[in-house]
Design a binder for this molecule. Structure first.
Ligand SMILES: NC(=O)C1=CN([C@@H]2O[C@H](COP(=O)(O)OP(=O)(O)OC[C@H]3O[C@@H](n4cnc5c(N)ncnc54)[C@H](O)[C@@H]3O)[C@@H](O)[C@H]2O)C=CC1
Ligand SMILES: O=C(O)CCC(=O)C(=O)O
Length: 444
């Protein structure tokens, strides 16, 4: 059995109850196979893949908090510090009832290579809790965040581990978490990113993941001699990533036809009304059922279905495994040109394979959505030098990073005989830098 297969077998045995983690590891190992095979003896002797697939540290903790009725509630908190070979652990916190260790491990594993692709000095980590923010009051959110940070604070720091937002964690939650960290430690430091602009946040971080996704998509099309201007897009999700992907799509001349949340989806033949969407989701924190009140011509459907709408571009921006083989077949039958992932691992392995087979340009999450964490690293730089850069400065750095990622993953794919396989290119380019750093640092 080859080294890669042997490692996967062991990982699968040890993590049988964590399907999302196994999916991420399988996708990674299958695509870096040519690199490993070139140096198999060396990597095997160093147990490099074994080390890479086991987190450096997993922290699990109790999060008790009191709800508005005086009832004590208890959740589980996690921080997976996966790999610090190229910098302090960096990655978001997810608050969603589906969170368990396997979700945080898959996200942390992906984050290692994503962060490497940004070209910035950040290692991979991720955290979160099975707390459900839906329907909670601001005070309940605050009490939860304070309790969560009362344990997490001892494991993080501006130069060790710097969490940020993810699903269910935005500016409000980062504010509460930061306040508690400061109260306990007395430190005013860049320990979190995605902070408010009045206390150390970076301009353009809110927009960064969505904008970055579109910069990436534009460049991916460009290197394949296609112009994004005038294209149509289907987008899933209606959160931070989806909203700012839609905003940048319009700026680049793309018409966006759909968006979705966890209960339903909207089709607007005239193009999604961004101001209405922002008001519903960012201000009212309401359901997409409200969208029809703003746009009587639109359709609202329960359940899932954005991938049934014909468009040139598909941009999944909601959650993992939201686009399966059937969806991929429908998109291809409808003539989709490119699929670029704003969410983490939104396409199943079968869907990804199908896109590759059919020659659809596929931008994998760890490359396409790296703009968020890249801008978080820019926030860390600004915090270190106690300065704030202008929106234009941050945005132009973000664009440069996304354009570079496209060229680097394209080159890596070509070098290993996988021309046009950007998923392979992303894993290979991300892996090489981390592997070199791990080897240089000895057996740790
Ligand atoms: N916020 C960031 O900077 C980054 C986020 N991501 C990824 O992007 C995705 C979205 O994250 P955010 O926009 O930050 O979160 P968010 O909490 O702002 O929004 C998530 C959106 O997805 C929808 N959603 C969640 N589960 C769903 C489901 N099962 N079906 C349909 N819609 C569903 C929610 O209703 C919500 O509108 C996640 O996969 C996250 O890991 C990736 C890179 C950076
Ligand atoms: O900005 C960050 O540090 C985290 C972003 C994130 O969680 C992600 O890239 O999935």
């Amino acid at each position: 059995m080859s080294y890669v297969d042997d490692v996967y077998k062991k990982v699968a045995e040890k993590n049988a109850a964590q399907p999302e983690f196994l999916q991420a590891v399988k996708e990674f190992l299958d695509t870096v196979r040519p690199v490993i095979e070139k140096n198999e003896e060396k990597y095997k002797k160093l147990a490099l893949l074994e080390r890479l697939t086991i987190p450096e540290r997993i922290i699990t903790f109790r999060v008790p908090w009191v709800d508005d009725n005086g009832q004590v509630q208890v959740n589980t908190g996690y921080r997976v510090q996966f790999n610090s070979a190229i910098g302090p652990y960096k990655g978001g916190l997810r608050l969603h009832p589906s969170v368990y260790l396997g979700i945080i491990k898959f996200l942390g594993f992906e984050q290692i290579f994503k962060n490497s692709l940004t070209g910035l000095p950040i290692g991979g980590g991720k955290g979160g809790s099975d707390f459900d923010p839906k329907g909670k009051s601001d005070n309940e959110i605050m009490r939860f965040c304070q309790s969560f940070m009362s344990e997490l604070y001892r494991h993080i720091g501006a130069d060790t581990d710097v969490p940020a937002g993810d699903i269910g964690v935005g500016a409000r939650e980062i504010g509460f978490l930061y306040g508690q960290y400061k109260k306990i430690t007395g430190l005013y430091e860049g320990v979190l990113t995605g902070k408010g602009l009045t206390y150390g946040g970076s301009l353009a971080r809110t927009q960064a993941t969505g904008y970055g996704l579109l910069y990436f998509t534009e460049e991916l099309l460009k290197i394949n001699n296609k112009d994004i201007k005038g294209m149509t897009a289907v987008v899933s999700g209606a959160g931070n990533v989806a909203i700012y992907a839609i905003e940048k799509a319009y700026e680049l001349g793309v018409k966006v036809l759909t968006c979705s949340d966890s209960t339903g989806w909207v089709y607007d033949p005239d193009g999604i009304d961004l101001e209405a969407l922002k008001e519903i989701k960012e201000v009212k924190r309401a359901r997409l059922t409200e969208y029809k009140n703003y746009r009587p011509n639109s359709e609202y459907h329960e359940g899932r279905g954005v991938w049934t709408v014909k468009a040139d571009l598909a941009l999944p921006c909601a959650t993992q495994n939201e686009l399966d083989l059937e969806d991929a077949k429908t998109l291809v039958a409808n003539g989709v040109v490119a699929v670029c992932e704003g969410a983490n691992m939104p396409s199943t392995l079968e869907a990804t394979e199908y896109f590759k087979e059919k020659g659809v340009y596929f931008g994998p999450a760890k490359a396409a959505n790296a703009g968020g964490v890249a801008t978080s690293a820019l926030e860390m730089s600004q915090n270190s030098e106690r300065l704030s850069w202008t929106f234009e400065e941050v945005d132009s750095k973000l664009k440069g990073i996304m354009v570079n990622i496209v060229h680097n993953i394209d080159a890596a794919a070509k070098e290993y005989g996988k021309d046009g396989d950007y998923a392979a290119g992303a894993n290979i380019a991300g892996f090489l830098k981390v592997a070199d750093a791990m080897i240089a640092q000895g057996v740790v």
